[in-house]
Design a protein around this ligand. Structure first.
Ligand code: HEC
Length: 129
């Protein structure tokens, strides 16, 4: 019974997002964080900045509710495995079906690309505080 409650809590934290079992604990496979982050920065400018803004502050022109990716509270609930799957699967269970909701990138980017983006997001968190 207690376990069911705990599980429900964990699911509620990621409501609408598809994080597979064990996904939260997945670690970035990149060997050089620095070169991956450089690649991730270019991918971010091309795919993400229009909604999240150039620094990931959530102030891009194409969405009025894109998340601030540098936010401290969000950083603590979004370890790298969660970041990966939020980008890979998008906001899978759409609460609002809006054109400016978080899209899935699994059809347009590779897993390596998305891990590179995760490395860039980690840099954004440390440089824009
Ligand atoms: C069309 C606009 C749009 C684009 C493009 C977009 N996002 Fe998002 N993103 C959102 C919105 C809006 C949210 C907030 C959740 C929601 O409503 O879907 C979000 C949420 C997120 C989150 C979860 C933040 C949290 O704390 O839960 C991450 C991580 C993220 N985006 C990363 C990215 C990355 C990386 C890219 C580029 C590969 C990207 N996004 C492209 C609109 C966008």
């Amino acid at each position: 019974m207690l376990l069911a409650v705990v599980t429900a809590d964990a699911a509620a934290q990621y409501q609408g997002w598809l994080i597979p079992p064990g996904g939260r604990d997945e670690r970035s496979p990149v060997t050089s964080a620095r070169s991956a982050a450089t690649k991730g920065k270019a991918l971010f400018a091309a795919n993400c900045a229009r909604c999240h803004g150039p620094e990931g502050k959530g102030n891009g022109t194409d969405s009025d509710h894109a998340a601030d990716l540098t936010d401290d509270l969000r950083s603590s609930i979004n370890p790298e495995g969660v970041l990966f799957y939020k980008v890979w699967n998008g906001h899978a269970v759409q609460l609002r079906v809006q054109i400016d909701d978080m899209p899935a990138f699994k059809d347009t980017l590779t897993r390596d690309d998305v891990w590179a983006l995760v490395e860039h997001l980690k840099v954004l968190r440390t440089t824009t505080r």
